[in-house]
Design a protein around this ligand. Structure first.
Ligand code: OAD
Ligand code: ZN
Length: 246
């Protein structure tokens, strides 16, 4: 079966590099973006320019964020996260590259410096001008007290979750680290991503061009299935739980 083929590839590889998308977190109760019921099927994303353009947009962005916090704020790592943490502990996987912003790889026991977040992290906020960090509870308290999204008390800049919105620059350090990791793996595992969003989707192709095996594990067809050595079209938790070790 495809699952056995995956296990054989992992066993034979010396450096496995997992690369994850929203599909690894759906079993934790967090919806993905493009499946039926996914986030972008309910609300169009608020682009970076829109966020900057008006107080009303910033208020809307923060209202959505607070609503998500009450719905998914307590989510815990799933079988997929735990399996990747096991590969990491065994020294098979040096790090994980993720498009996810939910902090669940860190929560599964992977050291924060070994989680390369291409699209940032939604569990805290940053001032866009001075980069001071703010916790969500602080932002929410200010929002309630002032009736709108607060600006930075230090410099007056706008405060935004530490995520990358459409139209916002990619994080340079993370992009370089992801590239370096990609170039030294011999097995690249793309897990739970439709692989339509660039530049993130460039990493599976870079791995492939560099001679690594490419495995795509996803319930639905992805944009890059044609480039994969193995496509496993199945439920992530079910496939990966065989890799969970205590
Ligand atoms: P998508 O929603 O585009 O793709 C998630 C994929 O996971 C879908 O193809 C699902 O079929 C699959 N999936 C969901 N649950 C699964 C399960 N239990 N088992 C197997 N497959 C499952 O999410 P991403 O590819 O992560 O970026 O989206 C990429 C980027 O687009 C996100 O990081 C975000 C979004 O816009 C920004 O906002 C910048
Ligand atoms: Zn500031």
């Amino acid at each position: 079966t495809a699952r056995d083929q995956l296990a054989a590839l992992v066993a034979r590889a010396s450096v496995v590099l997992p690369f994850t998308g929203a599909g690894i977190s759906t079993e934790c109760g967090i919806p993905d973006f493009r499946s039926p019921g996914g986030l972008w099927t309910k609300n169009a994303p608020i682009g970076f320019d829109e966020f900057l353009a008006s107080q009303a947009m910033r208020d809307e962005a923060w209202r959505r964020r607070f609503a998500m916090q009450s719905e998914f704020g307590a989510a815990r790592p799933g079988r997929g996260h735990r399996a990747l943490a096991s590969l990491y502990r065994q020294g098979k996987a040096p790090a994980v590259i993720t498009q996810n912003i939910d902090n669940l790889h860190q929560a599964s026991g992977i050291e924060p410096e070994d989680v390369v977040e291409l699209h940032g992290n939604t569990t805290y906020a940053l001032c866009l001008s001075c980069a001071r960090r703010y916790e969500l509870v602080w932002v929410q308290e200010r929002f309630v007290a002032e009736g709108h999204a607060p600006d930075c008390p230090d410099c007056g800049g706008h405060i935004k979750t530490a995520t990358i919105s459409f139209g916002q620059a990619m994080p340079e350090v993370e992009m370089r680290r992801a590239e370096a990791l990609t170039l030294r793996c011999d097995l690249f595992l793309a897990i739970g991503s439709s692989l339509v969003v660039w530049p993130a989707a460039g990493f599976p192709l870079l791995a492939k061009r560099n001679g690594a095996r490419l495995v795509i594990l996803n319930r639905e067809p992805t944009e890059l299935d044609h480039a994969a050595d193995l496509v496993v079209r199945a439920d992530i938790g079910t496939v990966l739980e065989t890799f969970v070790s205590s």
